[in-house]
Design a protein around this ligand. Sequence first.
Ligand code: PGA
Length: 251
Amino acid sequence: MRKKVIAGNWKMNMTNKEAISMLIELKEIVKNIKNVTIIVGGPFTALSDAVKIVEKSNISIAAENVYPKDAGAFTGEISPIMLKEIGVKYVILGHSERREYFMESNSFINEKIKAVLAHGMIPILCIGERLEDREAGRTNDINRNQLIEGLEGLTKEQAEKIIIAYEPIWAIGTGKTATPEIAQETHRAIRDVLKEIFGEEISEKMTIQYGGSMNAENAEKLLSQKDIDGGLIGGASLKAESFSKIIFAGE
Ligand code: PGA
C-alpha cells in the first residue's frame, strides 16, 4: 500500500513573509494528519525560513529547481549542497514550465535528478504531454520518452525513492482536469514503463502523483484511483485552507 504524497508547488509566488504566514496556518490545520506525506515547494528566497517554520511538524519543504553542480562559476544558480544544508528534503524537477520557458531537456533534468539523489534529497520528476500530443494519441509515447531519458542510468535503489508527477500540460493552471479515469489510465501506462525499466517490485513501490488543476472538489475522486498516489498542486496550494482540503482528501 503506497502512502499518498501531497505536494504544493507555489511556483514564482509567495514572498518570504507570505510563505511564513501560510505555513504557520497550514501547520496547525494539518497537525493530526498521519497517512499523507505533506510537502510544500516554494521559491528559493522562502526556503530557509520555511524549513524552520515546519521543523518538528509533519510538513517537509521542497525546492522548485536546482543546478546540477556542487559549486562554481554558475552565476545566479543554486546548488544541491546549498539546499541540503538548509534542510530542504525534496526538489521538483522537469516541470513543464521549466521545460518550455527555460529549454530544459530530458538529459539536463537527468543530471539534476542524479545531483539531488547524490546529496540525499528526493527528486519529484514532472512529466506530461501537450494538448496536441493527447489529441494525436501520443500521450504514452511522450511520457515514456520523458521517463526513459529522465531516469537514465539510475539504479533500482535510487528509483525507488523518486516521485513521479504526471502533469498533462493542458490541465495545468487551466481549470481543466483530466477525468479520474483518463488520469488512472495514463498513470497505469506510466507504471508499466517504470516496470519495464526497474522491474515490477520497484514499479509497484514508486509514487506517481497527478498534477493539473487538482483542487478541493476533485481531489478525492482522483486520489481514489488505484495508481494515483498523490498530487502536485499549483494554484490550490497557495492558501492553507484550499491546500489542506486536498491533504484531508488523501488521509
Ligand atoms: P495547477 O498547477 O494545480 O495550478 O494546475 C500544477 C502544477 O503546475 O504543478
